[in-house]
Design a protein around this ligand. Structure first.
Ligand code: WQD
Length: 338
């Protein structure tokens, strides 16, 4: 299939491009590089020994999307492009609703006018808010607690409404838990702008000496060791989940929701210990106050994706940490050295 990947130069997007190409599909990318680097795609082309049709621009540009749909026979779209920092979304809600909701609506409308029916949407476990219990199933109540999470919920609703209104539409919503790690080549990986919001890239930057110590947000949660527990999933497993979703549901209609996680909960302290062991580097840390909006535990029941898509995560915590360290130690300054 010919797949348009929005945000295809980003962390999950670039890994998904590799998984798609490895599975025999053709990839077209649109990216404005506001939160990614062109170097990542150059490396994807080298890894896959291929060239990728790249359009530099914003998903809210309907004319650009129409140009892409005219120049390529697109069978489906995977939509990663958007803003994703919880804290920033509280400070700049209009930016998040424009980048995540309005742009997604433009994409869906342009797909309809071009006769492109299949959309895979990058959603997030954050839509579950503070779950009443774990592991989390897809039919659990949703209720985001910040504009970022609300923007994801709004797009999920738009997709479900479009599926009711347009009998040819096929909307596939993938709720990611915590993507971490990197491609085994060590040539692509997570390269956040500025100070990392997320745990794994922060630990990686402490291990490589870019940051002095990790602040652990809260040590008094009702969890196995008092620190937050999450469902970390290797980004390559996540990428393969997108390919499986496209292939399993190609030609279907309606809307479909899947949790993409491992089903295993790992604490912050367990992640720190794993990273120190694999990198053989000290990971100094200090336990500080809880981060507002954080939940104690969040991990998936991935059974529905396993049964319906024939997909499940296969890589373990050591694979996640070792691949993250390989990327970070090979690229201490991310893509910027290029
Ligand atoms: C994980 C754990 C923190 C940083 C968010 C979004 C979610 C998705 C992934 C986009 C928590 C602790 C973290 C640090 C810490 N993003 N932590 N010190 O909050 O589970 O999920 O990112 O799709 O939508 O909500 O991920 O990596 O920020 O935090 O102690 O410097 O690590 O308290 O327990 P989170 P995270």
């Amino acid at each position: 299939m010919h797949i348009l990947v929005t945000g295809g130069a980003g962390y999950i997007g670039s890994h998904t491009c590799i998984a798609l190409i490895d599975a025999g599909h053709t990839v077209v990318v649109v990216d404005d590089f506001s939160n990614s680097h062109p170097e990542s795609l150059r490396r994807v082309e080298a890894i896959c020994n291929t060239t990728i049709a790249l359009y530099r621009g914003d998903v809210s540009d309907a004319a650009l999307l129409q140009q892409i749909f005219t120049e390529h026979k697109i069978d489906g779209v995977i939509h990663f492009a958007g803003s994703k920092a919880v804290g920033e979304s509280v400070e700049k809600p209009m930016l998040y609703y424009r980048n995540n909701v309005t742009a997604s609506q433009t994409l869906i409308e342009t797909m309809q006018s071009a006769g492109v029916h299949t959309l895979v949407f990058s959603s997030s476990a954050t839509v579950y808010g503070d779950p009443h219990t774990v592991p989390i199933l897809e039919d659990f109540p949703v209720g985001a607690t910040n504009p970022y999470g609300r923007s994801k919920l709004m797009v999920e609703q738009i997709i479900q409404d479009q599926a009711v209104a347009n009998g040819q539409f096929n909307g596939i919503i993938l709720r990611y838990f915590n993507p971490v790690g990197a491609h085994p080549s060590g040539k692509i990986g997570e390269d956040p702008n500025g100070i990392p919001n997320n745990l794994m890239p922060f630990i990686a930057q402490v291990a490589v000496g870019k940051r002095p110590q990790l602040a652990i947000f809260g040590g008094d949660y009702p969890t196995k060791d008092g620190t937050g527990v999450r469902d970390y999933i290797h980004v390559c497993d996540l990428a393969e989940g997108h390919v499986k979703a496209l292939e399993a549901l190609h030609g279907q209609t309606g809307s479909h929701i899947f949790n993409l996680g491992t089903g295993n909960g790992v604490s912050v302290l367990e992640m720190v210990q794993a990273y120190a062991k694999v990198s053989q580097r000290p990971i100094p840390y200090q336990v500080v106050a809880r981060r507002p909006g954080d939940v104690a535990q969040c991990y998936a029941d991935p059974g529905y994706a396993s049964v319906t898509l024939g997909w499940q995560a296969t890589r373990n915590l050591n694979d996640m940490v070792a691949s993250s360290w390989h990327w970070q130690s090979s690229n201490p300054h991310g893509y910027r050295e290029a």
